[in-house]
Design a protein around this ligand. Structure first.
Ligand code: DON
Length: 606
């Protein structure tokens, strides 16, 4: 893989102690179906389209895998397609395409809509990253709408009060989502701003059904929600947690959205709405101030771009670790003929795990906000580092993580979440991952605004050595500092085929598991020629260096699990789905939207 960045464009025991258990996976926590379903597994993995079928892994029974709901979670079209975690958001995006909008209009409308429909995952009180591909000009654009630490935030607060980064207003970074969507729309959208906000306004005012995932998140965060009157009024009406199937009407959020539609996105950062946010947060003991909102800036970044098996893979650069790790891992894997090893046989999964282990070790030491720390991006994604990692991997044995240390850069250099994938009829693509961090974010709704604030402060290394909500152990590169962006795993990705046409638009929630989920979908497509449904539904594995465990989803052949244990891996069966991928696959004129069967998403086509 030819690595590097900046090409083109303008531009577990996975959880730490006492951390909320909801952080482990996408919108699918605890949803793994354990009933054995051999027929579905054969249907999923027995036949593949495209290149030769993946060489069968060791035969034998598999642990259960939730079957892909092929009718509901796959959509085929020849024009625009939107894949998202909410049917309402996918429909909102497609409505923009039908109205003459482009991929960016669809992305922005779907983003506001999913913020309303899936408030446990994302929202205007959060942030995100967006990567777009403009077909006519062959240009990438990467916009960073990540939250930043408020000026008054101090590392000592989080070091001494571990829950401060997770619960209540002190957990919130300055939200960047609205600014990012507004800039995207201003630079690349076609339809009027008001029009792209309309579906979200309607959903907020008319209400949306409470999904299973939202009901579970409310149940888990009842204590925190109950402490804040506006949060309780919204999610615990009359003191009773909303249940799946109830209707969630968000009148305050509807008004906030109407203000943004009428006065423009600046209203969020300046003026009456900003003043309300700042006043309420200060009164509730948080750090966010009017000056933080006024000073918030979206950053344009250079995407990380590499090549893999003849395709071009573009993903998000720091302050996400996603793109750097994805390209590094692909470069390592490209040294082996994975297809010959047999899909999900022990030889294959061992190489995957050892590659992931070393990539996450590098993440812990070297990646942070590039505006504050030097990130050795060229080295991380270099052929030299990939070859070094390949050379260190013992093909017969797992290397205990305590013996794996982050590499030393040679040469000096400068440094509950949701995903939406869009392609429009002209072949432009947009890929954006957005988040308020863990389920229901900080649990703090700003009174009078309907805005649920994020708890992104927990993505910092709040204390050296203390694992965050995703079990990630991180270093000084990611320490809390005013104005700094916390390190992210979000990996919105676009893959171009050898002719430079979009082949895949992909991304996922899942905290630390985001990047490995994206990696496996890319490899399933490019190494194994799987069909879109297979590439997304196939069981996944995950290793993040610390804790030293190989997490495998049910569905891996038992012989593989035994083979991995024999090589010294500490295999842990995932208690929840590893990610919730929203993808679009393009082959010739055919576009296939797929929402991960691990979650509740639904793609839609024009
Ligand atoms: O930016 C990050 O890496 C995290 N805040 C993402 C959180 C997430 O994916 C939660 N979903 N399960």
């Amino acid at each position: 893989m030819a690595g590097g960045h900046g090409q083109g464009g303008h531009g577990q025991g996975e959880h730490g102690q006492g951390q909320p258990a909801e952080a482990g996976a996408g919108g699918s926590e605890g949803s793994v179906v354990l009933a054995f379903c051999a027929a579905a597994v054969v249907a999923l993995f027995g036949a593949t389209a495209g290149r030769s079928a993946p060489a069968a892994a060791a035969p034998g029974p598999r642990v259960a895998q939730r079957p892909l709901d092929a009718e509901a979670q796959v959509v085929r079209g020849r024009r625009g397609v939107v894949s998202s975690a909410s049917p309402e958001a996918s429909a909102a995006g497609v409505a923009m395409l039908r109205a003459g909008g482009n991929a960016v209009d669809a992305l922005v409308a779907a983003s506001f809509a999913v913020s309303v429909a899936r408030p446990e995952s994302t929202g205007l009180g959060g942030g995100g990253f967006a990567l777009t591909w403009d077909r006519a000009t062959s240009a990438w654009s990467a916009l960073d709408g990540r939250e930043v630490a408020p000026a008054a935030a101090r590392a000592s607060t989080y070091a001494t009060s571990p829950r401060a980064s997770l619960d209540g207003p002190r957990a919130a970074g300055v939200p960047g989502l609205v600014a990012m969507l507004a800039r995207l729309h201003r630079e690349q959208g076609r339809l009027p701003w008001r029009q792209v906000l309309e579906p979200a306004i309607r959903l907020a005012e008319e209400g949306v059904p409470v999904t299973e995932a939202l009901a579970r998140a409310i149940e888990r965060r009842t204590d925190v929600l109950a402490r804040h009157p506006a949060s309780a009024a919204l999610f615990l009406p009359g003191g009773v947690p909303l249940q799946a199937g109830d209707r969630l009407v968000q009148a305050d959020l509807g008004r906030t959205l109407r203000t943004l539609a009428a006065d423009g996105p600046d209203a969020f950062y300046r003026g009456a709405l900003a003043a309300t946010i700042a006043r309420e947060v200060e009164a509730a003991g948080g750090f966010l101030r009017a000056t933080d909102l006024e000073g918030y800036e979206v950053r344009r970044r250079e995407p990380v771009v590499g090549r893999y098996r003849g395709a071009t893979v573009a993903s998000f650069p720091p302050p996400s670790a996603g793109g750097a790790l994805l390209v590094q891992m692909l470069r390592v894997l490209e040294g082996w003929d994975l297809q010959r090893l047999g899909w999900h046989g022990p030889e294959h999964v061992h190489r995957l795990a050892e590659t992931m282990r070393r990539a996450y070790a590098d993440r812990s030491a070297h990646v942070g906000d590039p505006d504050f720390v030097d990130v050795p991006l060229a080295w991380l994604t270099s052929g030299e580092r990939a070859a070094q990692i390949r050379g260190e991997i013992d093909l017969a044995r797992a290397t205990p993580s305590e013996r794996v240390h982050p590499g030393s850069p040679t040469g000096v250099e400068r440094p509950n979440t949701t995903h939406i994938s869009v392609i429009d009829a002209a072949g432009n693509a947009a890929s954006s991952t957005q988040t308020i961090n863990t389920g229901l974010g900080s649990g703090y709704v700003v009174p009078g605004t309907g805005l649920l604030l994020n708890n992104e402060m927990d993505d910092f290394a709040t204390e050296p050595g203390r694992p965050n909500a995703f079990g990630l152990v991180q270093g000084a590169q990611n320490a809390v500092a005013p104005g700094r962006r916390p390190l992210s795993s979000m990996s919105p990705t676009i893959v171009l085929d050898a002719r430079g046409e979009v082949a895949l638009v992909v991304g996922s929630p899942g905290g630390s598991k985001i990047t490995t989920a994206v990696l496996q979908v890319v490899s399933n497509l490019l190494d194994f020629g799987m069909s879109p449904a297979e590439a997304v539904a196939a069981p996944r594995v995950h290793h993040q260096w610390q804790p030293d465990q190989l997490v495998v989803e049910p569905g891996l052949p038992e012989a593989t699990v035994r083979g991995l244990a024999a090589r010294g891996h500490r295999v842990q069966v995932a208690d929840a789905g590893l990610g919730d991928v929203q993808a679009i696959f393009v082959r010739g004129p055919n576009r296939t939207g797929v929402s991960d069967p691990r979650g509740e998403g639904r793609p839609a086509a024009e």
